[in-house]
Design a binder for this molecule. Sequence first.
Ligand SMILES: [Zn+2]
Length: 613
Amino acid sequence: MRGLKILLAFVALVIAMPEPATGRQPAPDPAKAPAAKLAKELTSEQTADPANGPAAEPAPQPAPEPAKAASAQEPATISDIVDKIIRQEQAEVQMLRQYSPLVETYIQNLRADKQLGEVPNGDKYFLGRANLANGIELEPLERATSVKHKLFGGWGDFFSTQYVPEGFLQMIYVDAYGFDRSHYKIEYVRREFLGEVRCLVFDVDPVRKDDKGRFVGRIWVEDQDYHIVRFNGAYGGSSLISNYFNFDSWRTNTGKNLWLPSFIYSEEGNAKDPKTKNLGFKAFRAQTRLWGYNLGQSGEEQELSKVLIESRLPVRDQTQSADDYSPYQSERSWGRQAEDNVMDRLEREGLLAPHGDVDKVLETVVANLEVTNNLDIEPEVRCRVMMTSTLESFSVGHTIVLSRGLVDVLPDEASLAAILAHELGHVVLGHRMDTQFGFLNRVRFDEKETFRHFYFGRTPQEEQAAKQKGMELLKNSPYNDQPGSSQLFLQALKSRSKEIPNLISPHLGDRVATSWAIASAVFSVRPVDAKTTSNSNAISALPLGGRIKVDPWNDQLHLLKAKPSGDLPETERMPFQITPIMFYLTRKAGEDLSIEVVGAVPPPAADNGDTKR
Ligand SMILES: [Zn+2]
C-alpha cells in the first residue's frame, strides 16, 4: 500500500517582487568608474582567495568558483572588455540564426483600481514559432479556424493594433544590425551579481541621439566570456515609444558558452497616468517566453540512449510465463499507445515538457487521491505539463495534463488537488479518448494543424459526471480539510475571468472555468473555515510565472526554490497578473555544448519536405 506524501515543494510560495522595470536606472555616480579602476578590480580579483569571494562589491552570493576566464588573454582595460562584449554579441546574433524556438507573448491591458492599483482589463495571447535564420520571423501556431478559437482575436487582429508579435520577438537582440562602437557609447557602471553569475554592468547609448530604433539602456555582461545576459531599456527615437516602451530581456545559460534568450518583460504606459491616455493607447504589461531551442534533437538522442541501455539488460526468458495478450489487455495497451503517440507528438513540438520533476509532484498528489479513495488504476495514471501560460487541464486516457501557466498560479497543494481530482474523475469513469491516435499516421500532420487535430475537451454529460466524481474523490482525501485556499483560488479566477479571457481559453482541453465549479460545489456544502477565509493574508492566486522555471534548451521544468516572502499587502499580490521577473541566473557547468551547438551548421530547413519542426 502506498502511503500519503506531503509535498514540501508545493507550499504557498510567493516570489519577492522586484521594482517594476523602468527604462533607465541612473547609476549612482561614484560607481561610474574609470577604466583604471575596473582594470584594478579585475586584477586584484584574480589573485584574491576565491573563498573570500569578490572583494570589491558586496554580493548576494559568494562566487561559486574563481573566474575561469582568468587566462593569458584577460582583457586589461575597459576598452578591451567592450571589444569583447561587442564581438560576443555579434556572435550571439549569428549563433541564434540556427534556431526556431517557440515564442509565446501574453499581454494584459491595465486599468486603474482604487484598491489594488492596476488590474487587468482585457488581454491578448500569441503562440508561434520563430525562424531566426531570417532575422525576426514568426509563424503563428494557431489560426482562427474554429469557433473555439474565435476568442483569441485571430492573427489579423494583432496587426491592427499596436501589438505586433514580431515587435516583442525583436527584444531578444540588443541591436541585431549595429551593435558596435560606431553606433553605441558603452560606459562601465559597476559590478553586480544576478543570482550566482557575476556580471559587469554597462550603460549603452546611441552615439547619435536622432538614430531611430537604437537601444538605450543598460546591459549586464557575465564576466567569463562576456555574454550579455540581461538588458533593460528601450529602442529609442520613435516619437510614440521613446518614453514608454520599456523592456527587460533575459538570457539563460543552458550550456558552456550558450546563453539563450528566454524571457522578456515589457510594459508601456501607466493606467493612472493621464499622459498614457493622451497618447492614444491602453497601458499594458507583457511577457514573452521562448523555449524549444533543441526540439527534435533531444528526443532522438534520448531514444537512442534508451535503446542502448535496454540492449545491455539481460533478455528475459520468454518461456517462464504466459505472455500473450488477452483482448482486454490488447485494448488497454492500444489505448496506452494512443496516449503515448499524442504525448510524443506534443513533446516534439515543444508544447509538452519532457517527463520530469513537476510531473512527479502532480503524480504524488494524484497518488494521494487514489490511496485515500482505495483506487487501483491500471495502467497507472501519469501526469504531464503543457508548456503554455494559458490556464487549462485535460486528460487523454490515463494521462492528465495541466498547463505550466495553471501550475504556476495555483496557491497551494489543496488547490492543485481540486483540479487533479476533476481530471482523475474522467479517468475513473473511463471516459475514452479517441484511440485513432493509436495509428501513427494519425499523429503526422503539420504543426500548425495541432490544435485542430488534437482537442480533448469533453461532452457536457461527461463533464457533469466527472464533476460529481471529482467531488467524491476530494471529499475522501486529506485535502478535504483545507478547502479555504482552493476556494479562494476559484473565486479569484471567477471574478477575473472576464478581464483575462485569453488566459483562460484552452488550446487543447477543458477550461479551468469548467473544472472550477467542482471544487466550489464540494466546499459550498460545508461551512467555510472562518479562519481561512477571513485571513486577509491568504494568497488567492500567484502572479503569472510564480512557480516554475523553464530550461529553454530542453524544455525541462523545475519548481523554483524561492522562500515564501511572508505577508504581502493586497496591492502586491497581483493574482493572475504579469509582473517583472528577476531571474536567479546560474551557470550550467560541466555540459559543454559549444562544440555541437555554436559550431553547428543550421539544419536545412525545408529541403526534406518535413515542415513539422
Ligand atoms: Zn473535465
